[in-house]
Every structure is written in structure tokens, then in C-alpha cells.
Ligand binder design. Structure first.
Ligand code: DC
Length: 226
């Protein structure tokens, strides 16, 4: 079978990560959460007391840290780091530096994997435009804020719904209106609005789409001996 590339894009907190991990397990694919790259840089910026909107110092830091970014640090999930990430992600030179890393991952998935699933904001349009399967996941800001508050509450972290909602709206605005690689669904993306869906529904719908695009045609090709 040819390698399977799945691009998942969408708004912050819409469930991209959960879907991407489920698809990676089901189709035996490598997974890259590209938001972690921007978050790792955002965290480094905060740790060095730099201003995330100061382009030159962020680019200098990105160059010096690129090969050593820690993508597993639990602090990456913090709200302040997400905000810093969305600022550094708007810097064209930062995107260019991280683009090369992501392309390399798409072209050389770890050995034994059938391909890769990558989630982010510009995967279907910029990083892997050749991906056979493109899914755009979104949900209303209110639903995303409610989910985020619940998640934080379950971790014992106190949060204020209005603050989270404001943060989500501002982040959407920055992600969707920046000059380079703004968050827009790819023309050929399968759009999933998860506002009224459970995660099981989302996974089920995504798998039906992938099976129709990849598994079924491949079976036909094999049956025809091609
Ligand atoms: O998905 P996330 O919340 O972890 O992403 C953090 C920030 O990084 C988000 O504001 C947008 C940015 N990002 C991006 O611009 N392009 C990507 N491919 C992934 C994330």
C-alpha cells in the first residue's frame, strides 16, 4: 500500500489532538502534533523573558534551539504557553524554520509506520498539500471553552469560563488572520464540526472518510491485480 498521509487542521481545542492520536493508532501511523513545536518555542521565549512579538529575538532563539526543542515537557499545555505559541507562530521566519522539520517528518515517517498523521493549522494547505486525507475539525468557541474548563477542573486547576472564552476567541482571530499560513480549511478538506458530537462520533466519521478514500480503493486495486 502507498504511504497514508493524513492532515488534520482546525481551531484550538476542537479535538484535533484526540482524533489524531486515535487515527495514528488505528491505521498504524506516526503522529506529529505540530502545535507542540510552536509551544516549545513559546515556552523557551517565556523562560528567557523575551517578548513573543519581538520577531528578531524570537527568530534568533528559534535558530539556536531548533534541534533541541523538548516536545514532551508537560508545561507545553499551559494556557500562557499556548498564547505565546500563537504569537511566535505568526512570524514568517519561525514558520519557515519549522516547515523544514515537518516536511522531513512527512517524507520519512519512522521505520515500520505506514505513513503519518499530522495535526496543526496549515498541514493540509502548506505542510502536506499532497495528503490523501485532509480533515478540518472545529467547534463553536463556547463549546471549546466549556470543554477546556472541564479539562482544567479535572486536573484540579481553577479557571474562569469568560477568561478561557476570551482567550480562545483571540487565538482564533490571530490564527485566522495572520499573513502567513492563516488557518483556513483546505479546499478538499472533510469538515467536521464537533460542537454536537462525542469524540466517538468524531472518530467514527473520520474513519469512514479515510476508509472511503484509502482502504476501499486500495482493496479494489488489489482485487484487479494492479
Ligand atoms: O494546536 P495548539 O493549540 O497546540 O497550537 C498552538 C499555537 O501554534 C496555535 O495558536 C497556532 C500555532 N500553530 C500553527 O500556527 N501552525 C501549526 N501547524 C500548529 C500550531
Amino acid at each position: 500500500m502507498p504511504p497514508l498521509l493524513i492532515a488534520i487542521d482546525g481551531t484550538a481545542g476542537a479535538g484535533k489532538g484526540t482524533l489524531a492520536r486515535a487515527l495514528a493508532r488505528r491505521y498504524h501511523l506516526a503522529h506529529l502534533d505540530t502545535g507542540c513545536l510552536y509551544r516549545a518555542l513559546g515556552l523557551a521565549v517565556l523562560n528567557q523573558n523575551l517578548d513573543p512579538t519581538d520577531e528578531q529575538s524570537v527568530v534568533d532563539l528559534a535558530r539556536s534551539l531548533l534541534s533541541t526543542l523538548d516536545l514532551k515537557n508537560p508545561a507545553l499545555r499551559e494556557e500562557a504557553v499556548g498564547v505565546a505559541a500563537s504569537h511566535v507562530a505568526a512570524i514568517p521566519e519561525v514558520r519557515a524554520l519549522l516547515f523544514a522539520f515537518q516536511r522531513n517528518f512527512a517524507q520519512h515517517p519512522p521505520e515500520g509506520m505506514q505513513g503519518c498523521v499530522m495535526d496543526g493549522r496549515d498541514i493540509g494547505r502548506v505542510v502536506m498539500p499532497e495528503a490523501l486525507c485532509k480533515i478540518y475539525v472545529t467547534a463553536s468557541p463556547e463549546v471549546r471553552a466549556t470543554r477546556r474548563c472541564k479539562e482544567l477542573h479535572e486536573k484540579g486547576i481553577y479557571s474562569i469560563y469568560d477568561d478561557i472564552l476570551k482567550d480562545i476567541r483571540e487565538r482564533d482571530e490571530r490564527d485566522q488572520t495572520r499573513k502567513v499560513s492563516p488557518l483556513i480549511p483546505a479546499e478538499d478538506a472533510f469538515v467536521l464540526d464537533t460542537s454536537q458530537m462525542t469524540i466517538e462520533d468524531v472518530i467514527h466519521k473520520a474513519c469512514a472518510y479515510i476508509d472511503a478514500k484509502w482502504v476501499a480503493p486500495e482493496k479494489t486495486r488489489r482485487a484487479e491485480g494492479k
